[in-house]
Write a protein that binds this ligand. Structure first.
Ligand code: GDG
Length: 520
């Protein structure tokens, strides 16, 4: 177990942390490995997210069924939650009352080794808070797509009300020694609500999606109360330095003062070793070989995305079409395996996007497929099982990860972790958070540049084996070093430490006190 909150900290701490609203040059601090172990308070940890890490639904006969969420975040937080007698607060995933969920939550908590607390939401709240404000206003705005935003005032009112509801559930369980770690854009008002209720807990927030530049953010009708609410957290974590700087610029542009809030960038990652191990298993290898048998004598290019307009799927298809049209010699030599995972189907834009994607796939296949022969796009609209997902990663010679904007993009990291032969190429959008880390060795593209993406596919196709191996080896080393356990360690250390020596200046000795007094 790599997370040892109760015994102090001795892991790398390489993010940068600075007071919110600070000028970049004056406050930027690269954090170095700690030489001394610093002791954190022995308080409890409460994790809060929109959903609990189990989805509850009614089984036939009326009993509750709980599906555990898989994923690196849950895996990495588990040891910490179990060590600390921790609690996870969130929506159980189905409409229902607290009383209805009570027994099911208790049973799952005993099994999980930490406490699950449900925040029940009724159908109108799910509609206006989750589908409405979170996913029709904040999601497009924060991904630089303001024209897709629906700034309905009723949505905002419900967002405030529901954040208050989460705050009540947290406040009842948090004392001054508790660290409350809030996740994502659904709960940006939580610290303000907790402080209004008199909470003295330590409050941290991590934003999984990008934070936009002022030109975009200031379009939000509720920009000021939202920033003010964010500034009530003790620590604000972003995926990249760009997001952190955008936030600081918005605070300044809104004429607000940031007192007492630290901001830092903490690039999220994956459980690298688990992916690598699992990808090497015989059942995954067999499934990957089966894909090559079904699509023989060609290089496989993979796109896997949730159905979302931020993922850039239509432009990716346009780039593939351009490649086939302009470079006839590529026909028959490559196939694009495009998997689209169903998501947010209740929102009209997502519905229309699916139709657009399927029309484009039909157009490309209609133009180039031949009976009994090569099909350019192998398209699937479904959820892959874990085994299938790993097999697709392993089978693909090239990954095409081209979001228009993405907080991080874990698919890119998972693909590289599964490339155990180290002979694959990652083509990555420069607008994915992952680009900041993987830039030198992934082929970076502008997803709006259709010809540029087509050229990158040709470059990946023609790349000599030695270069492919050297690039992939470096990418994998970097992801292995900064995995999801490193991410949890980094964030929690920043949230907990009271010791200014934990924040040395760039180039300074780790024991030296920094020049600036951070408002801890
Ligand atoms: C948000 C931010 C940020 C995908 N298809 C299947 C499947 N997946 C899993 C992948 C991966 C996850 O879903 C997708 O993660 P991403 O990071 O790519 O994207 P978002 O869901 O948009 O996540 C993002 C992330 O939060 C973390 O901070 O990186 O920027 O938008 O783990 O493996 N899993 C299975 N079947 C599939 O078909 N089982």
């Amino acid at each position: 177990m790599r997370v040892a909150l109760s015994s102090g900290w001795d892991f790398l701490f390489p993010t940068s942390v600075e007071p919110a609203g600070a000028g970049r040059a004056s406050f930027q601090q690269r954090l170095r490995p700690l030489k001394k172990r610093t002791r954190g308070p022995q308080g409890r940890l409460i994790v809060v997210s929109n959903r609990l890490p189990f989805a509850f639904s009614r089984a036939p006969g009326g009993r509750w069924r709980a599906e555990p969420a898989s994923g690196g975040l849950v895996t990495a937080l588990l040891p910490v939650l179990r060590n600390r007698g921790g609690t996870w607060v969130g929506w159980p995933g189905s409409p229902g009352t607290a009383k209805e969920f009570g027994a099911a939550l208790g049973a799952v908590s005993r099994e999980a080794g930490y406490k699950l607390v449900g925040v029940p939401l009724d159908e109108a709240e799910v509609r206006d808070f989750y589908l409405g404000f979170s996913n029709e206003a904040i999601w497009p705005l924060f991904h630089d797509l303001p024209s897709l935003c629906n700034f309905d005032a009723a949505y905002w009112r419900t967002y405030c009300k529901v954040n208050q509801k989460y705050a009540r559930a947290v406040h009842a369980r948090a004392d001054a020694r508790t660290l409350v770690w809030v996740h994502d854009y659904h709960l940006m008002n939580l610290a303000a609500e907790l402080r209004a209720a008199g909470s003295r807990a330590r409050l941290g927030f991590f934003l999984h999606i990008p934070f936009p530049a002022p030109d975009i953010f200031l379009k939000l009708p509720w920009r000021k109360p939202l920033l003010q609410a964010l500034l009530r957290f003790d620590l604000l974590g972003f995926q990249t330095a760009r997001d952190r700087r955008n936030f600081a610029a918005c605070v300044q542009a809104a004429g607000l003062e940031a007192r007492g809030t630290l901001v830092g960038d903490f690039p999220i990652s994956i459980d690298f070793n688990a992916f690598m191990r699992r990808a090497a298993a015989p059942d995954v290898a067999a499934k990957a070989q089966e894909l090559h048998r079904l699509l023989p004598n060609r290089r496989l290019i993979l796109g896997i995305d949730r159905l979302d307009y931020t993922k850039g799927i239509p432009l990716r298809l346009a780039a593939f079409q351009h490649l086939l049209a302009r470079h006839p010699e590529m026909r028959g030599r490559v196939s694009l395996m495009q998997v689209v995972v169903p998501s947010r189907e209740d929102i009209g834009q997502y519905h229309r996007l699916r139709t657009e994607i399927e029309q484009l796939v039909g157009k490309i296949n209609g133009a180039y497929a031949r009976p009994g022969g090569w099909v350019p796009v192998w398209y699937e609209y479904r959820n892959l099982s874990r085994l299938e997902l790993l097999a697709y990663y392993r089978a693909a010679d090239i990954a095409l990860v081209t979001p228009l904007k993405d907080g991080m993009n874990l698919v890119a990291k998972e693909y590289c972790a599964c490339s155990i032969e180290e002979d694959c190429v990652l083509i990555l959008s420069e607008f994915a958070g992952a680009a900041a880390q993987l830039a030198p060795d992934a082929l970076l593209v502008n997803p709006y540049d259709v010809e540029g993406v087509a050229a990158a596919i040709r470059e990946a196709y023609a790349m000599p084996a030695a270069e492919r191996a050297a690039r992939m080896r470096r990418i994998r080393r970097s992801i292995r070093r900064q995995d999801v356990f490193w991410w949890v360690d980094s964030y929690l250390r920043a949230a907990i430490t009271k010791d200014l020596r934990a924040f040395p200046r760039a180039g300074a000795d780790a024991d030296e006190m920094p020049e600036l007094q951070l408002p801890l």
